[in-house]
Ligand binder design. Structure first.
Ligand code: FAD
Length: 388
């Protein structure tokens, strides 16, 4: 039994109001448990939310169901977003996953729309916006003191790090760090159907991936009429900086992007020309070592990318959402024994993250292999026939 907060409600602090942190906060509220989310952004509109996510029945959709958001999700989700075409660098379509209307299981939803839905389950009083955590101090009697960039301080009995891949809380539990995998560039085509109808038609209602030669050129439609074009390159962590891609001399950046795809079919590389001038955002893709775990400690745990950052192949947000459901359930079931709740949650999470992290690593490596298009088309072909 945890005795540190026997005579009062435990103070639960969630650092990070991303997808995982909001699911956890919403679920705790549903169980009647008070918690506060400390989020560095000043509000949901503070930054661009990024592309779309396909939510899986056993994880992301389960979380929405448990939050009472299943109907709202069905209204907002785009089943046609599951449509996926796989091409090789010569522009040949090697695979086409196009579920019959009503038969798909993983509809897409825009990330911003999803966060807005989740916010409807978190009371205003539980959100503390504009709180950028910069330090954590251990309290002598157990628990932690959080220190924020604005100089404010908050004490808590249970600290949950839901603060993403570069978590400030993770070092309290493990020395493991994310490792570099690839460089990633994202560009946008706004109002694609009106402004770039040929490109919009080529991309179709969902997404396409053209793969080969350690490169990946992707395009994905969002619900707001935007198409996001992505370029993934198997390269070291200094590559992006050395390329000096930028938004000031757009013609130069476009020419350098074309250099990457010099021998690719022009029908594919036209995607680059269609992108909005100045829309490039570059980042490195990283992942935590598969199988990362730590000896459970009272008063602190992690969820989502903070715990198990995975390559972006379609599981990270789903697993963060499931973490939120399961951690809230463990807290609710264990009465005031938060130590037992954390240990029970972590036992399941470590095993699940190891299995899914290994699958994701395999998928990421397949996506950047020399014969990636053939392998990916075969994989999706099998997945489609297994689902039938
Ligand atoms: C290009 C790309 C495509 C992806 N596609 C998919 C996909 O299709 N499907 C899928 O399931 N996953 C996908 N992912 C992964 C997914 O985005 C993440 O796994 C998911 O967002 C993790 O949720 P989270 O809540 O753990 O972290 P985040 O969503 O990163 O949220 C962390 C929150 O913590 C806040 N924060 C960070 N530091 C601090 C601090 N010091 N103080 C206070 N607040 C802080 C941040 O502002 C943020 O709001 C993709 C990732 C990338 C990069």
């Amino acid at each position: 039994m945890n005795t540190t907060h026997r005579n009062r409600e435990p103070r639960i602090a969630i650092v990070g109001g991303g997808i995982g942190g909001l699911v956890l906060a919403g679920m705790l509220h549903r169980y009647g448990i008070t918690a506060t989310v400390y989020e560095r952004d000043t509000g949901l509109a503070a930054r661009e939310q990024g592309g779309t996510l396909d939510l899986h029945p056993e994880s992301g959709q389960r979380a929405l169901d448990e939050l009472g958001l299943a109907d709202a999700f069905r209204t907002e989700a785009r089943p046609e977003g599951e449509n996926l075409r796989i091409l090789d660098p010569a522009g040949r379509t090697l695979g086409h996953h196009a579920p019959e209307p009503g038969s798909g299981t993983r509809p897409e939803i825009d990330r911003g729309v999803l966060r807005k839905l989740l916010m409807t389950r978190v009371p205003d009083t539980a959100m503390s916006w504009g709180r950028h955590l910069t330090g954590v101090e251990e309290l002598p009697g157990g628990g932690y003191r959080l220190v924020f960039a604005d100089g404010s301080r908050v004490d808590c009995d249970l600290l949950i790090g839901a603060d993403g891949g570069h978590s400030h809380i993770r070092p309290l539990l493990t020395d493991a760090r994310p490792a570099h995998l690839a460089a990633y560039l994202q560009l946008t085509i706004t109002d694609a159907d009106q402004r770039r109808p040929r490109t919009a038609d080529f991309v179709g209602p969902g997404s396409l991936m053209a793969l080969g030669n350690n490169l990946n050129l992707g395009a994905q439609r969002s619900g707001d009429g935007t198409i996001r074009v992505s370029v993934t390159v198997r390269a070291d962590d200094g590559w992006l900086r050395r390329q000096r891609f930028g938004n000031t001399d757009w013609a130069w950046t476009v020419a350098r992007l074309h250099d990457l795809f010099a021998d690719w079919d022009p029908g594919l590389t036209e995607l680059i020309d269609a992108c909005d001038a100045g829309s490039l955002v570059g980042r490195n893709i990283e992942a935590m070592p598969v199988g990362t775990r730590w000896p459970s400690r009272p008063h602190v745990t992690l969820l989502g990318d903070a715990a198990h950052l995975m390559p972006p192949v379609g599981e990270g947000a789903n697993q963060a959402m499931l973490d939120g459901v399961l951690l809230a359930g463990a807290i609710a079931e264990s009465g005031d024994d938060l130590v037992a709740a954390v240990a029970a949650y972590e036992t399941e999470m470590f095993d699940r993250a190891e299995t899914i992290g290994a699958d994701s690593a395999q998928m990421e490596s397949m996506g950047l292999a020399p014969d990636a298009a053939e392998r990916m088309a075969a994989f999706f072909g099998q997945a489609v026939s297994r689902a039938r």
